[in-house]
Design a protein around this ligand. Structure first.
Ligand code: ATP
Ligand code: MG
Length: 398
């Protein structure tokens, strides 16, 4: 009997010929995080699932502190559909029932609050003497003895599920937890994510990461016109995304000189659209240099007066890269709830000064026409402004 963690992926399995590649990306992403946290564990692919076990030649033991870190890693790694810490035992009914008892003890020790539970048994070895249902029934009785009378077996929507997976020579028993699912970060390539301090763009970036996109974060600031705190806020948000994506690059780009130039030369109403067009162009230049194929924004149709289809279109036409807007059809409350779930809410909620409101016109254009925008851009040299801002940008690796 040995301690293990089991990780299942779902969508990756659908990828046909690419399956092995996707599995490898997920294993690597998990292994890197485990190593960064100094956990004495190793990760490998085993019969269509990922198994984590204690490294053999390691003094550090796999303790409860390790459990916490590992569970957090699993919960935040895209591509992980189901995971849990438990035991690997011999595939005999006796060993399995002993394992169930031990896992039930372990769950009680963790003082998890729950009233209902179920056992989910699967067997790949159809030669195993008992059926999955019979195993589940017996295991349920064993767990009930440990949990006591207050915890009831409930087959639909139980608060806790113990999974019993019977393979040919060994079986896994663990508490089944749900992960983010999706695809492992990096398996879909890279994109530049335009990250502000608000609620939306961190959620948009997270959603794309769960679709396998590795984001390169780019923030435009108006320091010293806006505060240092606004920059620190973005750094804190990037830290949360880093826990999900693994090592991440954050680029701070100074927008203020361009904003001054635009304020002096272009019609007031168009300022915000013109700032945005510079942002997506700078993002495109960065994307080309760093092998990224798209831009991510937190735009959501009609959320604010400036995000009309006309304005979104006027901004989009500044780049030939596709712009991913995963929040397009979400309303604000859904986005805020999502921000809570992913851990960016409490940072985004802090007050900050917004780069786009610097030299903000009293009546910003809500239906920008491309011809007016292009006319306004004739008054300044966009290419030069972009070259300059990128030259002065600050790159942080988190
Ligand atoms: P957010 O909550 O992400 O700030 P928002 O609802 O405030 O979004 P806008 O301010 O209109 O919306 O910005 C739309 C999108 O443009 C943002 O979601 C983000 O992707 C991008 N963006 C805005 N400001 C910046 C900035 N200073 N740096 C980088 N990207 C930005
Ligand atoms: Mg904003």
């Amino acid at each position: 009997m040995k301690k293990i963690a089991v990780i299942h992926y779902d969508e990756i399995a659908l990828k046909g010929g690419n399956r092995r590649l996707f599995e490898q990306v997920l294993v690597n992403n998990l292994a890197t995080k485990i190593q960064e946290h100094g956990l004495p564990l190793r990760v490998h692919n085993q019969w269509g699932r990922i198994v984590v076990e204690q490294k053999t030649k390691e003094d550090v033991k796999w303790d409860e502190e390790c459990d916490k870190v590992l569970l957090d890693i699993c919960a935040k790694t895209p591509g992980v559909a189901v995971f849990g810490i438990g035991l690997c035992v011999d595939s005999t009914e006796e060993s399995i029932m002993e394992g169930v008892a031990d896992v039930a003890q372990y769950i009680l020790k963790g003082r998890r609050v729950f009233n209902t539970f179920s056992i989910m048994a699967t067997r790949t070895d159809k030669a195993f003497p008992s059926s999955s249902q019979e195993i589940a029934k017996r295991a349920g009785d064993v767990a009930s003895d440990i949990f006591g009378d207050t915890k009831k077996v409930q087959l639909t929507h139980p608060e806790l599920t113990i999974k019993v997976e019977i393979l040919q020579t060994e079986s896994y028993i663990y508490e089944r937890l749900n992960g983010l699912s999706g695809l492992p970060v990096g398996s879909s390539g890279r994109a530049v994510a335009l990250l502000s301090g608000g609620f939306d763009s961190p959620v948009a970036t997270h959603m794309c990461a769960v679709r396998g996109v590795r984001p390169i974060l780019m923030h435009f600031h108006s320091y010293p016109h806006t505060s240092r705190a606004a920059i620190e806020k973005v750094e804190a948000i990037a830290g949360v995304l880093r826990d999900v994506c693994g090592s991440i690059t954050l680029v701070f780009v100074p927008l203020l000189p361009s904003q001054k130039e635009i304020a002096m030369t272009a019609p007031e109403r168009l300022r915000v659209v013109l700032y945005r067009r510079l942002m997506v162009r700078a993002a495109e230049v960065w994307a080309q240099k760093h092998n990224a194929r798209a831009i991510i924004t937190g735009e959501s149709v009609g959320q604010v007066a400036s995000q009309t289809l006309e304005n979104i279109s006027a901004v989009a036409q500044a780049t030939s890269l596709p712009i991913l807007r995963p929040l397009s059809g979400m309303n604000k409350q859904e986005i805020i709830n999502r921000a809570r779930e992913i851990g960016t809410h409490d940072i985004s909620v802090l007050p900050h000064d917004d780069t786009c409101t610097v030299f903000m016109p009293k009546h910003p254009e809500t239906r920008a026409k491309l011809e007016d925008v292009l006319e306004a851009e004739k008054n300044y040299d966009s290419e030069n402004l972009i070259t300059e801002m990128l030259k002065k940008s600050e790159i942080i690796k988190l």
